[in-house]
Design a protein around this ligand. Structure first.
Ligand code: IDP
Ligand code: MG
Length: 167
């Protein structure tokens, strides 16, 4: 069983929750050799990597992952895109990471994403937006369980943990 809420603390900004979220470098990001730059965004923010794998996604996994989108007109193209090559699937951990990582990733449509977000910096079209991030804590829990065995997620102490947050 994946633990989502790992610890709670309080800061001047209000309560903060240490969470896990699911991040994936999509096939266009892998083909364009952006894996390192995307991982770097999360590392330099101070988040902790707890699981990672490179895989060819099956249509079955994808249809579960995007179960809310199967009726959308773009869904067949989305399946072709997401199964066109390898994906890097990751689980990252940190305070309020679900919300923060969505801000780091940016708007679904890169043309509307703010400069400095991953999608704005590396892409320009909604059909090839380089990266996935879970959109809610419930979604993160569902996606982590879908993509990873609990045993493949590591609980480990990062040496700067007490410097970067009070959790
Ligand atoms: P999100 O990735 O920002 O959470 P969702 O609405 O969950 O956005 O859509 C999932 C993915 O489906 C998007 O990241 C994008 O790859 C694709 N997608 C969404 N809307 C469109 C569209 O209008 N045209 C083509 N692809 C789309
Ligand atoms: Mg989504």
């Amino acid at each position: 069983m994946t633990r989502l809420l790992i610890a709670r603390g309080h800061s001047l900004g209000g309560p903060c929750v240490k969470e896990r979220t699911f991040i994936a470098v999509k096939p266009d990001g892998v083909q364009r050799r952006l894996i390192g730059q995307i991982i770097h965004r999360f590392e330099r923010r101070g988040f902790k990597l707890v699981g990672m794998k490179l895989l060819q996604v099956s249509k079955d996994l994808l249809s579960e992952h995007y179960c809310q989108l199967t009726k959308k007109p773009f869904y067949p193209d989305l399946v072709d895109y997401m199964t066109s090559g390898p994906v890097v699937a990751m689980v990252w951990e940190g305070p309020d990471i679900v919300k923060t990582s969505r801000m780091m990733v940016g708007h679904t449509n890169p043309a509307e994403a703010h400069a400095g977000t991953i999608r704005a910096d590396f892409s320009f079209h909604i059909s090839r937006n380089v990266v996935h991030a879970s959109d809610s804590t419930e979604g993160a829990q569902r996606e982590i369980q879908l993509w990873f065995d609990g045993k493949d997620l590591l609980n480990w102490d990062c040496i700067d943990q007490s410097v970067t947050s009070e959790l």
